[in-house]
Design a protein around this ligand. Structure first.
Ligand SMILES: C[S@@+](CC[C@H](N)C(=O)[O-])C[C@H]1O[C@@H](n2cnc3c(N)ncnc32)[C@H](O)[C@@H]1O
Length: 232
């Protein structure tokens, strides 16, 4: 985990500067968790890329789901388990050059590693993916690397929720990515529809002068993605 970009994120955790952090469960998860929980191919296993210490993980696990997160900051991962009084074990995972933190009941697993080293070889069979502060947090030049990992995990019928700010296209992170670009990035066979407008955002979002709103989109996939369909 040696990129400048990643170091920037780790420094934010070191400095406890977390402008994205919600002190409540995200309204899309509170209202629409069902979308992530069932699919014809997989049941009740939800992936949360770049999960930080979002409260959504605990909420989804309490609904009976297995939840798998990936997060680079060990501070974030330890904070998550400690703040919810969840007992956990840790083990090295050499294939991702990181560690797995796992609740004792095995319902919550968080891989502390660079997402770019993660793939379906590590975990698969997801019924849903909750993508908040992940795809839209990527620098434009990293988006293709990001979707390359995600494409190994999606399949027809998976529930995919993506949060995205509505703001000037040249500002970020978080970045606003037009729907047609999202479809191209996650495609072929990916279609995107707006699901809801987020009305409860972190207080710091008010200081983002170009922010017009925050939306959650639902992504659907007509076909299983494969790496040879991915742009190189
Ligand atoms: C904007 S925050 C969103 C956190 C969480 N999804 C939420 O909604 O609260 C982005 C998170 O991604 C983590 N991160 C950034 N790049 C990463 C990478 N390449 N691999 C793993 N985690 C990363 C950061 O440490 C940070 O916690």
């Amino acid at each position: 985990m040696d990129s400048e970009e990643l170091k920037g994120w780790l420094d934010m955790w070191e400095g406890n500067y977390l402008p994205w952090q919600l002190s409540f469960v995200h309204q899309a998860i509170e209202q629409q968790a069902e979308i992530l929980m069932t699919s014809p191919e997989a049941n009740s296993k939800i992936f949360v890329p770049l999960c930080g210490k979002t409260l959504d993980i605990k909420f989804l696990a309490d609904l009976g789901n297995d939840v798998v997160g990936v997060e680079a900051s060990e501070i974030a991962v330890k904070d998550f388990f400690t703040e919810h009084n969840i007992e956990y074990t840790t083990e090295d995972v050499p294939s991702v050059k990181g560690k797995l933190f796992q609740s004792n009941d095995h319902k919550i697993k968080i891989y502390c590693c660079d997402l770019f080293l993660f793939s379906a070889d590590i975990e698969s069979g997801f019924s849903g993916i909750w993508d908040r502060g992940a795809y839209d947090a990527m620098l434009p030049e990293d988006r293709e690397r990001y979707t390359r990992v995600i494409k190994t995990l999606v399949h027809p019928g998976i529930g995919y929720l993506l949060e995205m700010p509505d703001r000037d296209l040249d500002k970020g992170p978080p970045f606003c990515v037009p729907v047609d670009v999202v479809e191209k990035d996650f495609g072929p066979g990916c279609s995107v529809v707006k699901l809801l407008e987020v009305t409860k955002n972190p207080p710091d979002f008010k200081t983002v002068s170009d922010l017009k709103g925050v939306n959650v989109f639902r992504l659907s996939f007509q076909q299983r993605q494969s790496l040879n369909q991915t742009k190189v």
